[in-house]
Design a binder for this molecule. Sequence first.
Ligand code: CAA
Length: 246
Amino acid sequence: MKKVALVTGAKGGIGSAITKGLVEEGYRVVAAFSPGNEACAQDWFAENNYTADQVRMLALDVTDTEMCKSALLQLTQEEGSVDVLVNNAGITRDSVFKRMEANQWTDVINTNLNSLFNVTQPLFAAMCEKGNGRIINISSVNGVKGQFGQANYSAAKAGMIGFTKALAFEGAKSGTTVNAIAPGYTATPMVEAIRPEVLESIKAEIPMKRLATPEEIAGAVIYLASDVGGYITGETLSLNGGLYMQ
Ligand code: CAA
């Protein structure tokens, strides 16, 4: 029986690599994507040559508490269990704070932080009951160090780390681990959207002088999801090319 992993934001830059990595490791992956993107989701599924046994697509608005509750309770019934949850969905709405609009704040907090409640809460009790669950939250180096123009994003990503530590206490007795990964700047459409001259100045600050690859981030997810990752919980694993060393 394959272990089941739910990945939110599965079609995105890091999400695609996580999905591919987990499929290669033999997981059945439930790939969640935002409703309204069905055609694009089907193209992504076909381009990656997934089979229905490897990947199940799930339209899920991670900002919608009620939709998440009903869809994920149903998913657990249909799949038997969800063994691994990767909270990866995230957006940026960068702006200097003095010009930040209220919706730039709330959109980022809803998608990047409130989604953790919406997606994790309907699954958590069953994961603990089964034991040995894995919850992996994709935070960011900018949630750890802060970043100019990202008061909203840094607040949400830092909040994910607090959530990770708190929930780790609640999962520990059942062997359910809760960890965060804090990627640095990674070669994805999100980072490629930064103005070229700004991105160049960011790259210049990275000791390794390059972006992470999505596969490097996926590798950390696979480790934390694995059986040998079973004694690490409440941690934030940094993969940032030396940009911020704690
Ligand atoms: N530190 C201090 N001052 C800075 C600065 C910095 N890092 N960056 C810019 N400034 C200064 C500028 O020099 C400028 O000063 P002057 O007005 O005196 O000339 C002022 O702040 C305004 O800067 P911009 O011209 O850049 O302002 P803007 O409104 O055009 O753009 C911004 C603002 C969109 C936030 C832009 O600065 C930006 O894109 N910054 C990068 C933000 C970033 O790192 N985003 C990451 C996205 S990817 C991601 O989030 C994934 C992940 O997890 C890592």
